[in-house]
Design a protein around this ligand. Sequence first.
Ligand code: ADP
Length: 227
Amino acid sequence: MALPALHLAKVERRYDQAGSMLEVLRGANFSLWASQSVALVAPSGAGKSTLLHIAGLLERPSGGEVYIAGEATVAMADDARTAIRRSEIGFVYQFHHLLPEFSALENIMLPQMIAGLPRSEARSRAGQLLRYLGLPGRENHLPAELSGGEQQRVAIARAVANGPGILLADEPTGNLDPKTAHHVFEALDALVHATGLATLVATHNLELAARMDRRVTLHEGRILELE
Ligand code: ADP
């Protein structure tokens, strides 16, 4: 049987806050499978960002294990973790963080060129992704010349430019009006099911969460399935 794209096993995360320990994650277990979109819905401060950072190998847990495509990552050296993060994991944040002086196309080309792809291939894949995400004709626009929803779709295209197996998104539509948020989610959903991406999205938007394959929450530091 195939392994989950991402598996968290008994993940713990404690923060030392002014001498007292804040236990944010207390043995969180979670599996995310290819071609699956999962909404993470929990109140502010529940630990959503912490969980995404640990799942994305940006932070190490205080305990437990994080498996990426079946591989245990917690004890790996920083450079090995960075290599896995670059090839296997894409991130989207609430704010797009596109490079303002580069066009939409160039923003999607850059991570591919950093990964060693020739310029022509990077350009061709960037163009495909833009068309796929419903942005034809926006190739040469600078981020400031795009609407908020278009900027987020470019950010999604950039996050998946190197073909990661996992996409992690932290409130990707938190900054958008409901209709625009809906369009961005539709584009994301189409991408997940066309490419086999495994996607975990932290969101406050219950309507959008309802459209995803699964919904989970964080309660007392553990992940629970929601109906
Ligand atoms: P959410 O994304 O659900 O709003 P976070 O993961 O950002 O929650 O934060 C969970 C809790 O952990 C909060 O109480 C926050 O203050 C605390 N926290 C997060 N990061 C740190 C840190 N680097 N140092 C200390 N406390 C932190």
